[in-house]
Design a protein around this ligand. Structure first.
Ligand code: GLN
Ligand code: ZN
Length: 769
């Protein structure tokens, strides 16, 4: 049966399109500007563009080296769809309407919850599984996709989230009985996957890839040991099928070594390991004689050119393991990196030449896998020149100007514990209360207001040189004035300037720091049609000049109410950029923290009494490996404190976190020592708050009452209920009322309507206190 696994592959390719074609296609469909047929044909064209590109880069169209990891929205949603595991509230909808209602909700139903995919900035849609959730081989859309590609000349390798991971990432449906775990349904899911595998086989697939990253994570509700045991039980059931395609079980994002004994004998033909984040087994540790080892050596999480000499050495070692074969691959799907460095130009400077030499986006990484594969099959001499070139580039980077700056290193080395410490919260609190004079249950927002077409046009006009810096500033000031007036009219207590000058909350700072470079086309998918353009941290970080003071001061000059200064924290700047990997992340975090500390001091000196430092990525970067978490929490919390602890006691520090699974980091959140923390809570109906209270969290909390991921407008009554629920766990004098997150992706109609309801609801609850 088995056709040999290709010597080189990637676990997945960027899905959004070089020029974000998929984003345009789905958004135009959502807006009613195009039909379902038009959407489907744009999607098909994009998939074929991917196949063509991979073929151009040297992958064979006929040996399953080209993965089919496309999705209209999300790969986890695709499995929910495949299984027909649709929660009751969506009944009556079908086809694309149903698919996108699950993803985005509509006026009648809230969508599935969204949360981060492992330790990445990609968000997946959380399946809701109960004892009665339908689970079957519900449709053949994934198989049809394969057939369509095959008929058009590319024998792809379909990529599907594996059964264990699918359920490990699910949450129990709201009406599920106490004690029910989605993994209780594993047998049903496996039965459906068996049909899926058989259908792929019948359609002519030679290899199918199942991603099982749950097996490398200590951050899920089921322990890694239990997950490995479940995998060890169910994978043989899939492998036992007759007339099936060969199976690649992939373990991206972390260390798969612990899971290996459970699955190595399962009968799957190939297993992929992430050998950048994880480690390889030693000879004799596990019997691999029946499986091909697919070595994830090209890092799919960053954009640095690979150290090919090190990868070669690793491959030579792996050959000692006695595996049935060795292939080379990326550590994970390349959905987390941009397409091609050829789409970039960093001016006519030395930096441009340097970055082109130092970087590898998806296409360059494909080429790197191909070089290593050639070395594997034709001997290392055949690729000696490529390997030497990579080594030369790495050596040149180490000594290039700006990569190491003594002024920056001296400052981080001098940081003390005192620099990271404020006087106790209980002493600051009354001082701040007196200075700010806010009502009980103060209302605020998280920072950004809708990014309107006018704002985007102004930015585009500036980039095209149609207006000058002064003209641009004028337009943005107009926007700030509008947002301030709106918030006053809505009677919000703590205002924001709305962030219209920011293309992105990280890039805006990265563009002003030394040591960072932005990209023009380096888009990566964040969720659905949302993309971000991570900046590249290539050198030591410093702040040449104040970054936000003018905007905040201007906004403050327009109103008597306090305007919050708005900064992005060090961990989030690193998490949503491509950080350098030649120094520890903690060192980079302190460099950024000190640059922010100067900004905080300048804001305070300019009269800003509340400063918010967003750290929505704090949980996201938590290592999947339990052993590495304490060290991470130590440096990440320390960097936040270095950024914020320089202020006076009467300056109120806020932070914002975009999530609510606090479990493992609850102490770290307290450790930030922010005066007020706003968190996501609307989708989970404030469930998170009792947990916070039980853990003795005693500072200010702003649980989000509006889920800003969808345009749905919650009613005043609904908001009253949420605020009342919050007041059950948080003392009223510590409770703030705000949306879940920034409003930049929302439009004004729902923003105005919801904020009006939010203020009204707050007043109703206040009156009852
Ligand atoms: N201040 C940012 C905003 O409102 C926070 C966004 C975020 O947490 N993702 O846009
Ligand atoms: Zn947020």
């Amino acid at each position: 049966m088995a056709t040999e696994f290709p010597t080189a592959t990637i676990l997945g390719y960027p899905r959004i399109g070089r020029r974000r074609e998929l984003k345009r296609a789905v958004e135009s469909y959502w807006a009613g500007r195009s039909t379902a047929e038009e959407l489907t044909s744009a999607f098909t064209a994009l998939r074929h563009a991917t196949f063509d590109r991979l073929a151009e880069l040297g992958y064979d169209r006929s040996n399953s080296s080209i993965p089919e990891n496309s999705s209209l929205y999300d790969q986890v949603l695709d499995v929910t769809w495949q299984l027909g595991a649709i929660p009751q509230r969506f009944s009556g909808k079908s086809e694309l309407d149903l698919y996108f209602a699950l993803a985005r909700g509509d006026q009648d139903v809230p969508p599935l919850e969204m949360t981060k995919w492992f330790d990445t900035n990609y968000h997946y849609l959380v399946p809701e599984i109960g004892p009665d959730t339908p689970i079957s081989f519900a449709n053949d859309h994934l198989v049809q996709r394969f057939v369509e590609a095959k008929n058009a000349g590319t024998l792809t390798r379909p990529v599907v989230v594996g059964p264990v991971t699918y359920l490990a990432l699910a949450k129990a449906a709201d009406d599920a009985p106490e004690g029910f775990e989605p993994l209780d349904r594993i047998d049903d899911v496996v039965a459906a996957y068996r049909e899926l595998v058989s259908a792929f086989g019948a359609a002519g697939a030679t290899w199918v890839q199942f991603d099982e990253p749950a097996l490398v994570s200590d951050n899920l509700s089921v322990s890694r040991i239990d997950l490995a045991e479940i995998a060890g039980r169910v994978w043989p059931l899939l492998a036992a099928l007759e007339d099936r395609p060969s199976l690649l079980l992939a373990l991206p994002y972390g260390d798969g070594r612990m899971a290996l004994p459970a699955i190595a004998g399962s009968g799957v033909e190939a297993i992929q390991l992430d050998l950048v984040r994880g480690s390889a087994p030693v000879p004799g540790e596990v019997n691999l004689s029946k499986v091909r080892l697919v070595a994830g050596l090209i890092d799919g999480r960053n954009i640095w050119r690979a150290d090919l000499a090190a990868a070669r050495d690793a491959l030579i070692e792996l050959e000692q393991l006695g595996a049935a074969g060795i292939s080379v691959a990326t550590t994970n799907s390349l959905q987390h990196v941009p397409h091609d460095t050829a789409d970039e130009k960093w001016g006519d400077t030395e930096l441009n030449a340097n970055l082109h030499d130092w970087l590898a986006f998806a296409d360059q990484k494909v080429a790197e896998t191909a070089v290593l594969a050639r070395g594997l099959s034709h001997g290392w001499d055949s690729v000696a020149a490529d390997i030497a070139q990579a080594s030369t580039a790495l050596a040149a980077r180490a000594i290039a100007p700006g990569v190491r700056r003594e002024d920056v290193r001296t400052r981080t080395a001098a940081l003390t514990e005192a620099d990271r410490t404020r006087i106790p919260f209980t002493e600051r609190e009354p001082i701040q209360a007196q200075k700010l004079g806010l009502p009980i249950l103060p209302t605020t927002t998280i920072g950004s207001f809708p990014q309107t077409p006018e704002i985007r046009n102004a930015r585009a006009a500036l980039n095209r040189g149609e207006i000058d810096e002064a003209g641009y500033t004028e337009r943005i000031r107009g926007e700030v004035a509008k947002v301030i007036k709106l918030q006053e009219d809505l009677d919000i207590d703590v205002l924001v300037h709305g962030e219209p000058e920011r293309n992105d909350m990280v890039q805006y700072f990265a563009e002003q720091f030394d040591g960072f470079a932005a990209t023009r086309n380096g888009w990566v998918q964040s969720y659905g049609s949302r993309c971000t353009r991570p900046s590249i941290q290539w050198g030591d970080v410093a702040r040449p000049a104040p970054m936000t003071v003018e905007w905040t001061s201007y906004a403050q000059s327009l109103t008597g109410r306090p305007v919050k200064g708005m900064l992005t924290g060090p961990v989030t700047i690193l998490a949503w950029s491509f950080p350098r990997i030649d120094i520890p992340l903690g060192e980079s975090a302190d460099q950024i923290a000190l640059a922010l500390r100067d900004e905080v001091a300048d804001l305070e000196a300019a009269g800003t009494s509340i400063i918010q430092v967003d750290e929505p990525a704090l949980r996201e970067l938590l290592p999947l490996d339990a052993d590495r978490q304490a060290d991470y929490l130590d440096w990440s919390v320390g960097s936040f404190r270095a950024a914020t602890a320089g202020v006076r006691p009467d300056t109120q520090i806020h932070t914002h976190l975009c999530y609510s699974e606090f479990g493992q980091i609850i102490d770290a959140i307290a450790g930030l020592d922010a005066d007020v923390t706003s968190i996501e809570a609307a989708r989970s109906k404030m469930e998170v708050l009792p947990e916070l209270a039980a853990n003795g969290f005693f500072r200010g909390v702003g649980p989000g009452v509006w889920d800003i991921h969808s345009p749905r407008v919650p009613s005043t009554a609904e908001l009253v209920e949420l605020i009342q629920a919050a007041a059950q766990s948080v003392p009223a004098n510590h409770l703030w009322v705000n949306p879940d997150c920034g409003l930049k992706t929302r439009a004004y109609p729902e923003t105005n309507a919801t904020l009006a309801n939010l203020v009204e609801a707050t007043k109703i609850v206040r009156a009852e206190l």
